[in-house]
Structures are given as structure tokens and as C-alpha cells.
Design a protein around this ligand. Sequence first.
Ligand SMILES: Nc1nc2c(ncn2[C@@H]2O[C@H](COP(=O)(O)OP(=O)(O)OP(=O)(O)O)[C@@H](O)[C@H]2O)c(=O)[nH]1
Length: 748
Amino acid sequence: CRCRLSCHVKRHYSLLPGKFSYWIHWLGEDSPINSCVYRIRNIGIMAHIDAGKTTTTERMLYYAGYTRALGDVDDGDTVTDFMAQERERGITIQSAAVTFDWKSHRINLIDTPGHVDFTLEVERALRVLDGAVAVFDASAGVEAQTLTVWRQAEKHHIPCVCFLNKMDKPAANFCIESIRQKLKANPVLLQIPVGSGKNFTGVVDLLTSQKLMWKMKSMRDDGRVFEVKALDRSDDPDLLQVVSDARTALIEQVADLDDEFAELLLTDFSENFDAIPSNKLQEAVRRVTLARKGVPVLCGSSLRNKGVQPLLDAITAYLPAPNERHHDVVRWYKDDLCALAFKVLHDKQRGPLVFLRIYSGTLKPQMALHNINRNSTERMSRLLVPFADQHVEIPSMTAGNIALTVGLKQTVTGDTIVSSKASAAAAARRAQNDSEAGKRSRECASVILSGVEVPDPVFFCTIEPPSMSKQADLENVLNCLQREDPSLKVRVDPDSGQTILCGMGELHIEIIHDRIRREHGIETHLGPLQVAYRETILHEASASDTLDRTVGERRHVVTVELAVRPVDVASVGGSCELAFTEELEGQLSAEMKEAVENGVHSSFLQGPLLGYPLQSVSTLMQRVTIEPGTSPAMVSACVSRCMLKALRLAGGQVLEPVMSLEVTVGDDHLSSVLGDLAQRRGTVRDIQSRHDNKVLLATVPLAEMMGYSTVLRTLTSGNATFSLELDTYEAMNPQEQNTLLKRLSGLL
Ligand SMILES: Nc1nc2c(ncn2[C@@H]2O[C@H](COP(=O)(O)OP(=O)(O)OP(=O)(O)O)[C@@H](O)[C@H]2O)c(=O)[nH]1
């Protein structure tokens, strides 16, 4: 290791009385908190629900020596699923960052949730990670959520390693084809399983031709010790043949993908490809993985404690170090601090805890930090290394690491943190001086790391405190929860004054409700769950309006003429547009133009039919005449009133969210699931076979999906799983729209 380790600490298991931090012991070279950057791996684990991410993480922590006993999801005692609801439900809700060391590498690992309601958690994690492990249930192959997270990883150009878990299941199969076809990835097979189902006992490493065998002596065997032995003639001839073929295929595949390896093969090993040293093959696989030309594939069974150590080796061998990833913005900061806040948690004693990914510079406790997004400076008190729900206090942290900070009260997820306003300005200057960057982006946005895109919530409901005296407490709690979870939106209904919770799904809102009760001790009442509809218009329409009002001594007079028309969703991606005639553009002062824009945009937020946000509407401002002395607020008010007139004339259309649904169900229950779906206005797109199961792909309006998990469980005696994801917004037919309008206005 060439770089100097700035500090070494070790967690001691006795807690300081009255304080949260652990005693810190300065040690020698063996426990680096600030590893040199090329030994760091910032890794996420992603997969479909129940593929075994949490079980795999637990095994990793155990083999790395960070836990002394194996946690079990089914017993609810895992390290990473530490929230009460996670332990009870056996699912991962919040991604927990875990830091541990493996063979002198520092691994910062984020265990991410598989349920689609928490997709944003995955997105947040991916934004700050350098590599990912995709865990598959080998008996199910590529499932819906894997596809979603895979696409997310592609978006962030994240190199991946695949782990085919659950090889001990009778139906387990080596789903390489499914990875190739469904994920459109190029699997690079690095291992061959030895035995299958119950008889799965180990793997053959194709790089070294070594057999790694877990000879479990009892059910309690933790798999820490396994036998490594070169394959020889005494081995099963069928296995020898399979390994030989697979190794040749691997060498050929890697040579196709990596020119350097191909050249080496053709020059030094042209006589015998097989004699290529395993380290040369490994280096080539690494280059292929980093270039995202191929994905290494390994297999094992986390629950049965087989195959996890080679997966850890693969993480260090093939996934990139932070300095091997290109982050455009970071170079403007040189050695100054630049970090991204990617998660906020609220701790009752310590206040907000902010997870930061450090891209450049060094972070130290008590530092004043500048938040570019909020244009504010605040002081951080402590600096910690996250170890699930336990944290180790440290004196400094360098680029490439993930840190947990205490004391940042204004920072929210997605903010860029730097050392001072001056360093942000220096970075902006450097960005501007660079001619190429100048072309790309001339504003200070170029020195801000991009955060995560927050999808629009599809469900909402009212939330009420038990009494008015608790309203302020509830508002405070909701503020904290929103900082933690940007996919949760809270607003106040302007008509009723009620507080509205908007979320990504039924489970999301249920969990929020539960957390308010458990973690903050407020018993709230939730109104019925409602669907977040949208509105659009059917025809073109024009309107004009004049506002003439005297307030006190002052007379405000404004006249507005405008036109609205529906636009093709494809051309504007569903958003609304505003344009001014050329003549008007020249006439309006900047202040009055802003007033007009405010008036139009507030109308876009509340459609004329039911008050839902508008989509795919274009507005053209044709005339605005303003008498001297008229205030901008009056201009906005007149524009909004005129917009409402025009929108009403243009005929309203309600758009409903339509979800894509994937149900995996046994043959015997397929017909009842199909029958139920027909009653929910569902459209079946495809029915595929997956082993003994059928996979039903359909689209269905979200409004019909309330309580679906309970109904599906009853229909199939618990033998089905489903995932639901927003597909599009579609126009309702006139009859359904009328029924909805009547229901929502209380006439039904
Ligand atoms: N047979 C078998 N079962 C496994 C294996 N790994 C995990 N499981 C079981 O699969 C179920 C789901 O495991 P988890 O580790 O919670 O999966 P997860 O992907 O973290 O699930 P979420 O957090 O809910 O997304 C549990 O009942 C595990 O015991 C395996 O290798 N073999």
C-alpha cells in the first residue's frame, strides 16, 4: 500500500456511559479506517425481493469477522435489517450502510430493499456506489425487480457481479441464459457448481481450476472452513469435462472482449491457451467488468453457508475502486472537499445523521461545511463509520469513503457538501475556465453532484393527529421523515386544511404510519388511501379576463388573453408548457413576466375537474395589459382566473395511473388470478413459464389494486408473489370518469 494510512482505530465493545460513541483504540496497520483509495470498494447489493440479499450480507459480515454469530432473516436477528418493522416483516426497508474489511480491502456495503415501493432507496444507494452485486434466486432466474434495479445500475454505469444464490433449492438452475436474454447482459461464467439441489456442495473456480468444497459436518456448520483443492484425475470425469469446456469458453470469451488479453494469448500462449496464468485471466476479467463489457457470474447458497467467501474475493478482485470511476464534477474541486449527502436518518438523541459519500478531500469532525444546494454553512460535530445501527467515531475520513456525520441539520438527501463557499466558487471558476465544460454548462450547477430523481407519488391519504395539541409534533415528525425519505411528500389541502401524505405505494404509507407511532409515539389516524390522478384537456380553447380591484388607496387593473391546447405526451414527456407571443415577450418587465408565470404554474398544479395536477397542456400568453400601480400578485391572480376559464372551456379529462403488474403463480392458481384480474380492468400482456410456475405480465389501473396483496394471498393460499410499478398515465373512459367524479364529489 503506497499511500499513508491516516489513522487506525478499532471498535471496542464497551459503550461509554451516557455517550453513544465507542471507545476508540489506535492500532497498528491491521485495521485501517481510511484505507488507501484503491483498496476501497463501495458496493451495493441489489435483487428481487427475497432473493437473499440480507442473508448474503449477514454471511459476508460473519466471514469478515464483524459479527460473531450468523444472523437469520427468518429469526429476525440480522444486523442490517435493524428497524423494528424490518425485523418483524423480514424485509429490508431502509438501506443500511455497513463497513467491513476483507483481505486488506475496505468494503462499504449498502443492503438495499427489494420491494418496489422502496425503489428510491436503491436509486439513492446506486448513485454513490462504485459497483454492485446482483443477487438472484437461482430457482427463479431474473425476476421483475431485478430488471428494474439492473436498469437503474445501467443508468449509473455501475459495473456488476452476479451471484446465483439458493443453489441448494431443488429447482435451482444456472440461469445464465435468463441473464443474457432478459438483462441483455454478457455473463462471464467464473464458476461451475458441484452437485445440485440438496447435493450442492461447492464450486469449481474456472480461473484456477480449483475445487472449493464445503463439507458440512452438521447443520450448525458455519461454512467458514472449506477445502480448496486442484482438480485432478480422481475427480468425476463428467465434471472434469464440463470444467475443461467452460474454461476454454471463458478464455475465448474474454479474449473476444479484451484486446490486451487476446494479444497475450496469441503471442505468449498461442501453443496452449490453457496454460495462461490465472492472474492474467483475472486481470482481463477485471478490465472487462470495469468496461461493462461483461458481468462475472458466481454461485452459491448463502443460507447453507456455501460460496460467500469467493463472492467477497470477487468483489475485491473485479469491482472498481473509487478512483477507477469517473465523476465529472469532482475534478473541479482538486483536493478540496466534495461530498454527496445520500441518506438522512433521524436519531432521537443525536438528531439528524447524514450519510456522505466523499468524492475528494478530507472530512474531519467539527468542520464547518458549506451546502451548495441550500447555500448555507453549518458545523458538523462528529464523524462516524457506519456499522448498521452501531457507529464508530473517527478523527478523519478521506476521498472514496462513506461517512456518517452528526450535527448537519439543514442537509437533505441529494445535497452537495463542500468545505466552504470559497471552495465552491473556486471550483465554479475552474469549471468555467475549462472551455469544454463551459460549453456543457456555464452555471454553478456544474459544480453540484447530481442527486437522485424522485418519482411522483401515486397514492395519497389524509393524516390526522389524535388531538390538535399534537399537530405541531406531527408536523415536526413529518418534516424529519421527509428529509429521510424524499419519495414521501407532505402537503396541506388548501380547501380543507388537512395534512396529506403522498407515497409510492400502500406498503410505503403503511410503514410511514407505523414509524410515526413506534418511533415518535404519536397515534395518527389515516384517511382512506386515494389514487393520485392527473388531469388534461381535450380541445383547444381561448379566454380573456380583466381584474379591476381597489385595495386601500391603490387600484389594480390587468387584462389577460391566453390560449390552451392539449399536447402529445410523447413530445413533452407529460409536462406542461408555457410560451409568450414574441410581441409580449418584449413588452413585459422581468417582474411581471415572473408574475404571469407564477399564475400559469399554479393553475397547472390544480386541474379544473378534481384539482389534480395537469399534464400535457400547452399555454400561449397572447396579451397582458397592466395599468401602472398594479401589483405582481394581482397579475398572478388574474392569470390563474383566466387559465381556469380556458381550461374549463377546453373540456377536462381525468388520467389515471396504470401500473405494470407481474404475478408469479403456480399453474393450479393461474385461472383464479386471471379471473380476478379481469374484474380489475386488467389487460394481460403475456403469460410465461418459469419452471413449475407461470409468470403473468399485465397492466392494470392502480385504483383497482387496493389491498391486492391480501386478495392474492387468499386466492392462491399464499403461493404467489407480485410486483407493481408505475407504467403510464392513461385517459379514463367517459363512463368511468363520470363514476369517479360523482364518487369524489360525494354523489355516490
Ligand atoms: N433455500 C435457500 N433459501 C435462502 C437462501 N438465501 C436466503 N434464503 C431464504 O430466502 C428468504 C429471503 O431471504 P432474505 O435474505 O431476507 O432476502 P432479501 O433479498 O434480503 O429480501 P428483502 O430484504 O425483503 O428484499 C429467507 O427465508 C431466507 O432464509 C439460500 O441460499 N437457499
